[in-house]
Design a binder for this molecule. Structure first.
Ligand code: ATP
Length: 243
């Protein structure tokens, strides 16, 4: 089923006097995986919070620009309405409910989803992440870092997103666990969910995404096909650690 494209136009946002994003323009086409790269403080998390309309919970605000998903102006909605429109953010740091069971974490993710859809979603996430079925009755805090990240992704999927906003899904993971997450993101995308992927791990992001943007101090410094950025001297030097 065709979904919609995300379009961010001249987005400016910040926290009080701090301008975290300046005139950022970006598109995630229907069915695409688009990466946003950048160092600490470049504005990546702020971009996702602006799209999901959660910036206000962190003391921030959008000061200008437009955000739309298909025909829907997301920048006129409240956060739960953005989820209902099909755009779901998986926050950084995994943020699972550590004392709740894996199963209850997944149930919490389904709260905004259409009635009756929960069993279909559960089946999908258990197919993607069989370990979450094996661990269903365990507190989420007992999972490994990689498994907690899987749970965070799975919880996001329970809301049946058309577009997932992923904030550093491989942060803090060992290389093998990070590769597994990257592979699952590809599979989620193959199943029809678009992805906006924020990563400091440029090597992984540029392999998963078809297009990428580089943010530097709140501005888009570079953008283009991921393969082209991966071949550019500047990206190789600054973000891929090639000297
Ligand atoms: P990181 O990878 O370190 O999370 P980032 O690219 O996601 O970096 P943001 O978290 O979006 O960057 O931060 C952009 C700017 O906004 C930084 O200067 C940061 O200090 C500032 N900032 C972020 N969150 C807040 C907040 N809640 N209050 C005030 N300033 C903030």
């Amino acid at each position: 089923m065709p979904h919609a494209a995300l379009q961010v136009g001249a987005l400016t946002a910040g926290y009080g006097p701090v301008r975290a994003l300046r005139e950022v323009t970006l598109t995630v086409g229907d069915g695409a995986v688009v990466a946003v790269l950048g160092g600490n403080g470049a504005g990546k998390t702020t971009l996702l919070r602006a799209i999901s309309r959660t910036l206000g919970f962190h003391g921030g605000a959008v000061a200008g620009g437009e955000i739309s998903f298909g025909e829907t102006r997301l920048d006129r909605l409240a956060a739960p309405e953005v989820v209902a429109a099909g755009v779901v953010q998986v926050p950084e740091g995994r943020r699972v409910f550590a004392r709740m069971t894996v199963a209850d974490n997944l149930r919490a993710g389904a709260l905004g989803a259409p009635r009756g859809s929960r069993s279909v979603s559960l089946e999908r996430v258990h197919d993607l992440f069989p370990v979450l079925l094996e661990r269903a009755a365990q507190p989420a805090g007992l999972l490994s870092g990689g498994e907690q990240q899987m749970l965070a992704l799975a919880r996001g999927l329970m809301a049946q997103p058309k577009l997932l906003l992923l904030d550093e899904p491989t942060l803090g993971l060992a290389p093998l666990a990070a590769e597994r997450i990257a592979e699952r993101i590809r599979e989620i995308n193959r199943q029809g969910t678009s992805v906006l992927l924020v990563e400091q791990n440029a090597a992984i992001a540029l392999r998963v995404a078809s297009e990428a943007y580089v943010l530097e101090t709140g501005r888009v410094a570079l953008s283009g096909p991921a393969a082209e950025l991966a071949a550019s001297d500047e990206v190789r030097r600054r973000y891929l650690g090639v000297v």
